[in-house]
Design a protein around this ligand. Sequence first.
Ligand code: ATP
Ligand code: ZN
Length: 225
Amino acid sequence: MLDNTRLRIAMQKSGRLSDDSRELLTRCGIKINLQQQRLIAFAENMPIDILRVRDDDIPGLVMDGVVDLGIIGENVLEEEVLTRRAQGEDPQLSILRRLDFGGCRLSLAMPADSVYTGPECLDTKRIATSYPHLLKKYFDSKGLTFKSCLLNGSVEVAPRAGLSDAICDLVSTGATLEANGLREVDVIYRSKAVLIQRAGELSEDKQALVNRLMTRIQGVIQARE
Ligand code: ATP
Ligand code: ZN
């Protein structure tokens, strides 16, 4: 087991959030050597261990209390919260701060030549997505239903492959959609990276460290504004 007196922070190992997450921690003064392909990196100058994992695992690690803090996209966090609630659990965690990176939107997209006048156009249709619970929340709020086609990758090829009528996927520039003959028709969720903390009290030392980190993060983000 890891040393439980050290603050554990989970971040994405490699992907769209990893560079910005590492930079934020570094700018907070945490000296970490992330060069090696290690799961865990130990900070040299503070009692902090960094866990580098798939982003999808981060909400669960925080909710299950395996790590103290995590840096994660709100889209992945909210989907995990809704998934756990659907399973009858009551996931607990707190959002310490919205961060200034990882911005993207979860959007509905349809074949470029289709007509769209509102989400009712997609009522009862089949929609490919990696975010079935976020999509259901949106459709529920409109009093609509859809048939789900759950894909954890290559969502944008589903309509062309005849698997779905539309997709619900993350977009930042729209270039991927265009390359696949799709058109963004509605935004259902806007996301950024957030810093989250597990439920339950931290030890006095850990809490003091988190407070210090929060002050530094505030300074880092303000300096970038
Ligand atoms: P992992 O291997 O860790 O599971 P992944 O392939 O699921 O990685 P990434 O593509 O690296 O995930 O995206 C991680 C997060 O980055 C997304 O969940 C989202 O919050 C954010 N993000 C920012 N811009 C984009 C974008 N254009 N497309 C997808 N995600 C984006
Ligand atoms: Zn992922």
